[in-house]
Design a protein around this ligand. Structure first.
Ligand code: HEC
Ligand code: HEC
Ligand code: HEC
Ligand code: HEC
Ligand code: HEC
Ligand code: HEC
Ligand code: HEC
Length: 512
């Protein structure tokens, strides 16, 4: 038994010392020891016994989320190419095995940088450069992997090198802004005294243990063939229930604030993060995506979430690809009647009758990255008429008006729309509410048939102007959702501290 463990150990050491570039990804900033820190063992270990999962995951967007720059990972054109974007001149070249970029800024200052890492792969690739004090910065100029050309995010902006948004400044710092969601077991290790980082990770990319948690105990268990304790596949996070799976994905696939120092796999998302509610800065008033919202905040609005649908009903967890093409993906669960012109009123044309084009519209981010809204809602052009929210119909029928689309929907599906949680959310964004409308919203926030994130948002949107209006919010302090409780608690900020104490002290015992 012991020898097997020992052998595994050797394999581990051997594989940690080599990778495609000849450089050692583990000793780069996280040395080999930290691979074992907290029980992380690295994906090479898992490969021995889970060949299929490994093969599927290899070359996925998770595997390629971050890599050491080398000939097999860099997609951009570094063949002595010159280009000027928004007044900044670039010269991309190769120096021996290094990828180099010479930059002349708008203020005339010039410098040459060596690319250390690639970041992402499709539809665009970004590049990281090592700076002093352990910082890595994300180069603004980006490779468009579809059109095969260099481009600028925020095209048109002329950026002074001292601007906070300039790529050498804090807003584009990898250690604080990006690292956590591209590597496994990331520890920022910031030292405020000298403004430096000793950031470490166990695996450079989103590896097996990002989702399944540290594998050391599992590997020891699996290697110990004598142990017949019947605890099949023990000591590993499986992610096969909706709850466990969402806790795996949400840490990275959500717009949120962090509450703890380091992410702890397997622990409840809401104990570690504060999810962004559907405020009108980051989302449209009805909850559709506006800024980059990263899926989770959208998905938990949906009826599918409330009916136990998981990410892996549609995505393979390892390749990340969709499990089926076109409408077949949705027809796994939905009745055939939806796939007919009697439902969608379009010819069975591959584009206009595609479920996702009406129920999963999208936005383009970072210039070229089109991402779809995971709230799986029904098109509501009638809401667009009143509130100016976008709708799927006008996304394609750009020459038509919202009123046209709203009338068309009435003609097809009848006068009345089914109630949707977004009706209440939109109402809560309105100024000058009637007492009756206000009463509806007071009921809304305590009505569990609406998604928790929508109720939390309505609480956030509401103005408190009289003592009586605190009553429904007092109930929300006991809500089953931590997000609702948190947003209710924040409402008491307008009281003076003495009045707040009795309410807040009760909340100290909150489980989240
Ligand atoms: C020495 C062999 C071995 C190694 C190494 C190993 N596993 Fe396993 N793993 C097993 C066995 C055996 C099971 C239980 C049998 C089964 O369900 O396949 C299992 C089960 C699992 C399961 C649960 C599968 C299910 O039933 O849903 C996951 C997830 C898993 N392993 C992930 C990993 C990860 C991640 C690593 C690397 C950190 C790893 N394993 C390393 C042998 C191994
Ligand atoms: C993005 C998160 C994620 C990553 C990364 C990931 N897995 Fe999984 N894995 C899952 C989820 C979720 C499931 C359960 C899927 C389900 O039940 O629908 C799963 C299932 C499994 C299973 C059991 C079913 C099967 O497909 O065999 C094994 C074994 C496994 N993973 C091993 C691995 C290994 C090895 C790696 C790294 C090479 C890895 N996983 C990377 C999320 C992940
Ligand atoms: C440690 C952070 C992390 C975790 C955990 C994580 N992801 Fe991701 N995921 C990413 C990043 C980063 C990308 C984008 C990579 C890039 O830049 O191309 C991504 C991309 C994806 C994509 C898009 C792939 C494509 O082809 O466009 C899907 C789908 C996805 N993740 C699903 C999941 C699911 C499902 C889970 C949970 C089972 C999960 N992820 C867990 C970080 C994570
Ligand atoms: C009902 C099916 C379905 C479910 C459930 C689902 N997705 Fe998706 N997802 C899609 C489709 C369709 C696309 C678009 C793919 C494309 O355009 O190639 C997509 C795209 C993505 C992308 C890439 C674009 C983007 O928004 O960044 C990510 C990441 C992603 N899904 C993550 C997730 C996560 C995480 C979950 C679970 C919380 C999830 N998905 C649940 C169908 C689904
Ligand atoms: C794993 C099963 C499953 C898959 C796959 C699935 N759905 Fe659903 N969907 C459901 C369930 C369950 C409901 C809730 C039904 C209900 O409450 O009547 C639902 C509800 C919906 C609704 C109604 C939303 C509302 O507010 O009334 C829409 C729209 C929808 N799904 C679209 C899609 C689309 C588009 C796809 C494919 C990308 C898809 N679904 C894939 C199970 C699924
Ligand atoms: C051209 C746009 C369009 C397409 C394509 C489309 N739908 Fe719909 N769907 C709608 C509209 C509009 C409604 C809301 C009808 C209403 O307001 O009464 C709706 C409602 C629904 C509902 C909610 C329950 C119901 O019956 O009202 C489900 C579920 C649904 N669609 C599933 C699908 C699926 C699955 C597909 C693909 C096979 C699909 N839809 C394709 C426009 C479309
Ligand atoms: C993916 C793009 C797309 C979406 C989304 C879409 N349509 Fe269409 N629509 C088309 C195309 C293409 C045609 C013509 C061919 C056909 O019928 O498929 C069309 C035809 C029509 C027609 C008949 C011809 C005309 O212009 O008078 C009407 C009415 C219509 N759509 C209304 C709607 C409404 C209402 C919605 C939202 C519920 C909607 N469409 C969503 C692409 C789209």
């Amino acid at each position: 038994m012991r020898t097997i463990v020992y052998l595994l150990f050797l394999v581990l050491i051997f594989s940690a010392c080599k990778n495609d570039s000849g450089k050692d990804s583990y000793t780069d900033i996280a040395d080999f020891k930290s691979v074992h820190e907290d029980g992380y063992v690295g994906d090479v270990q898992c490969m021995q016994c889970h060949k299929t999962a490994f093969k599927e995951w290899k070359k996925s967007d998770h595997d390629l989320a971050m890599k050491i720059a080398n000939d097999s990972t860099v997609l951009g054109d570094f063949n002595d190419l010159r280009t000027t974007l928004d007044g900044v001149s670039y010269f991309f070249s190769k120096k021996n095995s290094n990828f180099s970029v010479h930059i002349k800024e708008i203020d005339g200052s010039e410098q040459e940088y060596i690319i250390s890492y690639t970041f992402g792969v499709h539809p665009l690739q970004q590049y990281l450069i090592d700076f002093e004090n352990g910082k890595k910065q994300l180069l603004r100029v980006t490779w468009d992997a579809v059109e095969k050309k260099w481009y600028h995010q925020y095209a048109g902006d002329k950026m002074d090198p001292h601007d906070w948004m300039h790529w050498t400044e804090s807003s584009q710092n990898w250690n604080t802004m990006y690292a956590e969601c591209h590597s496994t077991n990331l520890k920022k290790n910031y030292n405020h005294q000298d403004d430096s980082f000793k950031t470490t990770y166990s695996s450079i990319n989103v590896s097996c243990e990002s989702c399944h948690g540290p594998g050391e105990k599992h590997v020891l268990w699996a290697t110990n063939s004598n142990e017949e304790d019947g605890v099949a596949n023990a000591y590993i996070l499986k992610g096969n229930s909706q709850f466990n799976q969402l806790n795996m994905c949400a840490a990275c696939h959500s717009r949120r604030a962090k509450l703890t120092e380091n992410y702890a796999p397997g622990q409840y998302f809401e104990d570690q993060y504060l999810l962004q509610v559907l405020d009108t800065v980051n989302y449209h008033g009805d909850g559709q995506i506006k800024n980059e919202d990263y899926v989770y905040g959208s998905f938990i609005q949906s009826k599918m979430f409330h009916n136990d649908v998981k990410c892996t009903d549609c995505h393979n967890p390892h390749t990340l690809k969709l499990k089926m093409q076109g409408n077949n993906l949705c027809m796994q669960c939905h009745e055939p009647k939806y796939n007919e012109p009697s439902h969608h009123f379009h010819s069975v044309d591959p584009k206009s009758s595609l479920c996702i084009n009406c129920h999963m519209t999208g936005e383009t981010y970072m210039g070229i990255d089109f991402r779809r809204d995971h709230s799986f809602r029904v098109p509501r052009p009638d809401q667009s008429v009143v509130y100016g929210t976008p709708n799927a119909c006008i996304g394609c029928h750009m020459d038509k008006s919202d009123t046209w689309a709203a009338n068309q929907v009435k003609q097809w599906y009848g006068e009345k729309r089914q109630e949707h949680f977004s009706d209440g959310m939109l109402l809560s964004t309105k100024s000058g509410m009637t007492p009756n409308e206000r009463k509806m919203l007071d009921d809304y926030i305590n009505n569990l048939k609406y998604p928790a994130i929508a109720r939390a948002t309505v609480i956030d949107n509401l103005n408190i102007t009289s003592t009586a209006q605190f009553l429904p919010i007092l109930n929300s302090l006991k809500d089953q959702s931590p997000l609702v409780r948190y947003n209710a608690l924040m409402k008491f900020m307008i009281l003076n501290p003495a009045e707040r104490i009795s309410i807040a002290s009760e909340h100290i015992k909150d489980t989240s």
